[in-house]
Design a protein around this ligand. Structure first.
Ligand code: ADP
Ligand code: MG
Length: 280
């Protein structure tokens, strides 16, 4: 379990550039949850997730992982980073290795993995990310397309088998094919009990993957609850600059005529509701 208690982060304090990136944030991420973090650009999303494994330290408040304060001297930060794996925004910009294998192996090697275990971890992570041929591992990561690069970057974190996988806008700039593969993987991981936190601007993704939403606005937490409750609060959604997905819009409109329509995440769910209803 990951817990933030009354966390504040200020960048460049006492200068004209001072920015209160996070203001009094408290939240809990429980095991097996899938949490989407939303909010406009500059609302504090990336800052928030970097608190999760100690890359940023709060100016005030505490971050607890399984009840230990991760910023206390007694806690081994390497263990924290093994448990909480973060894939940054545009991670492919930080590639450095000569081969895809070396790129993906870097993290687990640092964690002490060697030989067969390391090889298995790398190939299994690549396979999870849709690279079924082992031959590709000897290629340069720079030879890949944008979406493929992203999937290699994600594989490099998955190879460490983190309890909590944190993704900062994983699908941004990805092609359709890459997105499909990633969504399939993520859904499967959730089913298998991995805890997932992801930042997104894409509400369709949120509907498809998340069971909880945390919304930030100007460094403050303005919503924390179920996806369906988030999308019922149209005023709040508008305030934080988010487009209501067409599926939700359609469902909310239909609700005026069909009061028993349930919350629908996809057009197919709407269609099957109408089909069932008309049969009655
Ligand atoms: N390294 C940094 N130095 C100074 N200010 C920063 C830094 N990173 C982010 N900020 C500022 O903190 C606020 C939150 O940024 P960020 O967490 O990146 O938001 P988001 O990910 O939601 O776009 C913004 O006002 C941003 O300009
Ligand atoms: Mg960001």
């Amino acid at each position: 379990m990951l817990e933030l208690k009354n966390v504040f982060v200020t960048y460049d304090p006492n200068t004209i550039f001072m920015s209160n990136a996070l203001v009094d944030i408290s939240l809990v991420i429980k095991k097996n949850e899938s949490v989407g973090i939303v909010g406009r650009i500059g609302s504090g999303k990336s800052t928030l997730i970097q608190l999760f494994n100690g890359l940023i330290k709060p100016d005030n408040g505490i971050v607890l992982l399984d009840n230990d304060d991760i910023n206390s001297k007694q806690v081994d930060i390497r263990k924290v980073r093994k448990k909480v794996g973060i894939v940054f925004q545009y991670p492919e910009e930080q590639f450095f290795a000569e081969t895809i294998f070396a790129e993906v192996a870097f993290g687990p090697k640092n964690m002490g993995m060697r030989e067969t275990e390391l090889k298995n971890a790398v190939f299994s992570a690549l396979k999870d990310m849709g690279f079924s041929s082992e031959k590709i591992a000897q290629r340069s990561p720079f030879s890949l397309s944008g979406g493929e690069k992203r999937r290699v970057a994600i594989a490099s974190i998955i190879a460490m088998n983190p309890d909590i996988l944190v993704l900062d806008e994983p699908m941004a700039g990805m092609d359709f094919n890459g997105k499909e593969k990633l969504i399939k993987y993520i859904k499967n991981e959730i089913k298998n009990g991995r805890t997932l936190v992801f930042v997104t601007h894409n509400m369709e993704e949120l509907l498809e993957i998340a069971d909880r939403v945390i919304a930030l606005d100007d460094g403050k937490k303005v919503f924390d609850g179920r996806v369906r409750d988030f999308f019922s609060d149209e005023k709040l959604i508008e305030k934080i600059g988010i487009d209501i997905p067409s599926v939700v819009r359609m469902r909310n409109r239909l609700k005026k005529h069909y009061s028993d329509i349930p919350f629908c995440r996809t057009p197919i769910e709407i269609a099957s509701y109408l089909k069932k209803r008309n049969r009655l």
